[in-house]
Design a binder for this molecule. Sequence first.
Ligand SMILES: O=P(O)(O)O[C@H]1O[C@H](CO)[C@@H](O)[C@H]1O
Ligand SMILES: O=c1cc[nH]c(=O)[nH]1
Length: 240
Amino acid sequence: MKLSILQVNSEDLSPYAIVCGDPFRAEAIARKLDHVRELAFSREYRTFIGEASGVPITVVSHGVGSPGAAVCFEELIKGGVKTLIRVGTAGSYSADVPPGSLVVSTAAVREEGLTRQLVPLGYPAVADSDVVRALFEAASETEGLVKKGITVTLDAFFQGVEDFPHDKYKRAGALAVEMEIAALYVIASLRGVRAGAIVALDGYADADLREVYDPHTDVVSGAVEREIEAAIRAVVKLSN
Ligand SMILES: O=P(O)(O)O[C@H]1O[C@H](CO)[C@@H](O)[C@H]1O
Ligand SMILES: O=c1cc[nH]c(=O)[nH]1
């Protein structure tokens, strides 16, 4: 079956997918795999298939923001993907997890608009516990700080005149904020597949991102390398 938005044949997909926002990061992840082939590059969705330790892995970029990412997650699941791992970046809520750290998201606050069009507000956006365990173990085997905990998914990236809800979620113990994990977790639960996510912290969420956002530093690149390694190893662990 040809997936109409991703423009890939479902027969070419692995049951394991690593997803990320940036099409160039998808390529960087794919380059770590054996026998890699690019399957399609349609809109923001760039799809590769490769192998790690003999386990086939699909890698796909989902772009920025929950609505576009949701389309990607839904099509992958329709195409037979059973385990999805997001490898992303996020802004930190705490000096205990400074830029360059990794966070494995156990659950996500639904501060986006997409999932409320799918399920009631009380429905949780929660990771699969086996995927969290595999990601945390694999990330802990890399050099550098890794924590697990709640993350926040927000639609807005640059602030307008409304206050962002960062302070209350910080006080409630959330570790970081990004833009797609809640959509991933809700859709995975709805469709009966498992999902998890790991993020590399690229700055502090409450800074004025218009002034200071720069994910292209050595510290962030190093953390992204670590999370890619962790995600690939987590897939191999989950396949055993
Ligand atoms: O690095 P990625 O995976 O794109 O994740 C984060 O970065 C983007 C914002 O620049 C958003 O997609 C956010 O969730
Ligand atoms: O959504 C995001 C992603 C990266 N960094 C942030 O501060 N926010």
